[in-house]
Design a binder for this molecule. Structure first.
Ligand SMILES: Nc1ncnc2c1ncn2[C@@H]1O[C@H](COP(=O)(O)OP(=O)(O)OP(=O)(O)O)[C@@H](O)[C@H]1O
Length: 300
C-alpha cells in the first residue's frame, strides 16, 4: 500500500545543530500518527515541510505521491491544518475568519463547522485579537476539521485547551479516524498521543529516535510509585535493601514494570503511610526506551 504521507531522508539544516536531519517516516491511509518530542526537537519544521511552507534542503516530502512544495495548492484541497502558532487575521472576528476560510476551501455546507463550534463550546463572535489562547486554538481546530478533509495535520493541537476540551479533541480525532481520515499530530504530551494514535515517532534534536506502534510503547511503559513510610527508620530499612529506589523529598520513588504482585507483597512488610502511582513521564519514557536525557535540541 502506498503511504498517504511520506518523508524520505528529509534534512532542513538551520545551522548550529538546529533543524531536522535525515527524517524518514510514512503514514498509511486511515492511520493516526503521533509525532512526539520535547520543545525544539523539530516537530514544527517537519509539519511546515509537509504543508509546503518550506522546501527541504535535501530529501523528499510527499502527500498522496505529490511533492509537498511543488504541488501544495493541489494537496491542500483535501487537507486540514492546525498551525502551532495561530496569529492570523487578528482583526477579523472568529465567525468572519471561519466563513472566509470556508470560502477559500470551497466548503459550501457549513453544518460541520457549526457542529464543531458546538463541540468545542466556541463563541466565535469576538475579534481573534481579543481571544484567549484556548479560544484561538478552538477556532484553529474548527478550521482544520470543518471541510471533513481526507488528511489532517495538527501541530500541538491541544495547546491552551482545558482538560474537558482536550478530551473532546480526543473524541473528535477518534471519530475522524472512523470516518477514514489520515491524521498526523505533533505533541509533547504523551496522553493525547497514547489515546489517539496507532503509531508514534519519537523525535529528538532533529532526528527520529524511533517509530513504534502504540501497543509496543504501552507494553514498555512502566509505573512510578511514590511511597511515604510510617517513619524514617522504615524508609532507611527499605532503601538499604532496594538499590533501585530513589529518595524524593520525604518519600521514595520506585519504578515498577510488569506484574505488581511482587512489589505490593514486599511493600506490605514495611510500615507505609501513603502510596501513589503515576505513569512514566515522556522524559522518563525517553530515558527508559533509548537511554536518552529527554532534552530537545540541547541548544535552545
Ligand atoms: N526559520 C528558522 N530559522 C532558524 N532556526 C529555526 C527556524 N525554524 C526552526 N528553527 C530551529 O529548528 C529547531 C526545531 O524547531 P521546531 O520549531 O521544529 O521544534 P518543535 O519540536 O516544534 O518544538 P516546540 O515543541 O517548542 O514547538 C529549533 O532549534 C528551532 O530553533
Amino acid at each position: 500500500m502506498n503511504p498517504v504521507i511520506e518523508l524520505r531522508d528529509v534534512t532542513k539544516d538551520y545551522g548550529g545543530g538546529r533543524g531536522v536531519f535525515d527524517v524518514s517516516l510514512a503514514v498509511e491511509q486511515g492511520e493516526v500518527f503521533g509525532f512526539l518530542g520535547p520543545n525544539g526537537a523539530g516537530k514544527t519544521v517537519t509539519m511546515r515541510n509537509l504543508m509546503g511552507f518550506i522546501k527541504p534542503g535535501s530529501g523528499a516530502v510527499s502527500i498522496n505521491g505529490m511533492d509537498c512544495f511543488d504541488d501544495r495548492a493541489k494537496i491542500q484541497r483535501d487537507l486540514g491544518y492546525l498551525p502551532g502558532e495561530i496569529a492570523i487575521m487578528d482583526e477579523m472576528t472568529g465567525t468572519k475568519f471561519l466563513e472566509f476560510m470556508a470560502g477559500m476551501k470551497k466548503i459550501r455546507d457549513l453544518r460541520r463547522m457549526r457542529e464543531l463550534i458546538e463541540l468545542f463550546e466556541l463563541d466565535p463572535s469576538r475579534k481573534i485579537r481579543k481571544m484567549s489562547k484556548g479560544t484561538k486554538q478552538k477556532v484553529g481546530l474548527v478550521c482544520a476539521f470543518m471541510g471533513s478533509p481526507g488528511i489532517v495535520l495538527l501541530d500541538e493541537p491541544t495547546s491552551g485547551l482545558d482538560p474537558l476540551m482536550q478530551s473532546r479533541f480526543i473524541d473528535l480525532v477518534l471519530e475522524e479516524k472512523r470516518r477514514g481520515a489520515t491524521i498526523m499530530l505533533s505533541s509533547h504530551l504523551f496522553e493525547e498521543v497514547e489515546r489517539t494514535c496507532d503509531r508514534v515517532a519519537f523525535i529528538r534534536a532533529g532526528r527520529i529516535a524511533a517509530i513504534e506502534t502504540m501497543d509496543d510503547v504501552r507494553k514498555s511503559r512502566k509505573r512510578v510509585f511514590s511511597v511515604a513510610f510510617s517513619s524514617e527508620a522504615e524508609q532507611s530499612r527499605y532503601l538499604a535493601s532496594h538499590a533501585e529506589a530513589r529518595a524524593s523529598g520525604s518519600a521514595i520513588e520506585v519504578v515498577v514494570s510488569g506484574l505488581m504482585d511482587g512489589f505490593v507483597k514486599d511493600l506490605a512488610t514495611y510500615g507505609v503511610a501513603d502510596l501513589s502511582a503515576r505513569e512514566q513521564s515522556l522524559e522518563e519514557l525517553f530515558l527508559h526506551l533509548y537511554g536518552m536525557d529527554g532534552k530537545g535540541a540541547g541548544n535552545e
